[in-house]
Design a protein around this ligand. Sequence first.
Ligand code: PLP
Length: 387
Amino acid sequence: MRAPSNSLLQGLDRLLPTYARADLTIVRGEGARVWDADGRDYLDFGAGIAVVALGHCHPAPLAAAREQLARLWHASNLYRTEPAEELAVRLSERFGGAQAFFCNSGAESIEAALKYARKATGKPGVVALEGSFHGRTLGALSATGQPAKWKGFEPLVPGVRFVAPNDVEALADAVDDDVGLILLEPILGEGGVIPLDREYVAVASALPPLLCLDEVQCGVGRTGSFFAFERLGVRPDLVTLAKGLANGLPIGVLLVDEEAAGAFSPGDHGSTFGGNPVSCAAACAVVDAIDDELLDAISERGIALAEGLAVLPGVQETRGRGLLLGAVLDRSASDVVATCRERGLLVLTAGEDVVRLAPPLTIGPEDVEEALAILASALGQGSPEAK
Ligand code: PLP
């Protein structure tokens, strides 16, 4: 394996310190495993924060991206390109009739949704959830229900009101004539892996504002259906996807139900890199790979993982669906994440006491067993009175 160059090792202080990075330099990935600069391997149950949907360097998006790289990298949205239209058709088929706006990240897909709702309804008000996370750009941050993340960045975009998840009455009370958009994550990911109730989402869908479901983290098969909303019995007006869609190449998308389409005209919104041919070609391969067989396997692995988590020492509750799971602990999640990393397993936090698991969707039963064994050893340590 190629040794890391000096510039790689000395580069950390040349990056703005927006992340508290672990002292782990990942240089290679394959399937559910990554390797560090010293050649040590790790089982990756974070998948780059729910991004590497089919596993690292999966042959299908790799071949599609390679082929596209050799053909055309960029053309601009001033022209038509085949991969963007092919991806839009695939996503529309999965949705049941939609138009797509392509961008480069989850936050950008939320910005597109906020602007679309304003243009479509003429109303600036947004109802969003306490504890939600929608991204770091100013509009997405303004709709993120975590005041700690606003500190130092106010004033925010006005007009957003926050309500507690799954409180039907509070939601109905918050919606008045100024509100054009209700923005919900079907499972609050960063906010602690908190699933929304079916009834709650049904009420949100029946209220007059447009409903946007932010499936940036929980979409693209992660919960055992292509869209998480398929299990909730609703069809939103808008849905956002990003993270897993191109298996790690940058992409985001706002999908607009064809019945709610028509608000954007040329010049209303745009993105130089949006719909990038390489990302879209990789994304087509990802969408094609998410068939019924894989979706069943995701549900099966998710059940096994959740059952295994529930009986680990110090786990008080398990939440989530499919392969987006949270284990609520009786202790600091970041300590457990660090111990797991030392023992060869990468997992995530979601708040102070929740360990979040979002592995590649292609993991096998043996990966589930290995992850549970490392988690058990990390949790067993230093807590003799735990169950
Ligand atoms: N929405 C949700 C539900 C997310 O989990 C995230 C990122 O974690 C975002 C939006 C923002 O995505 P990005 O970091 O790609 O801007």
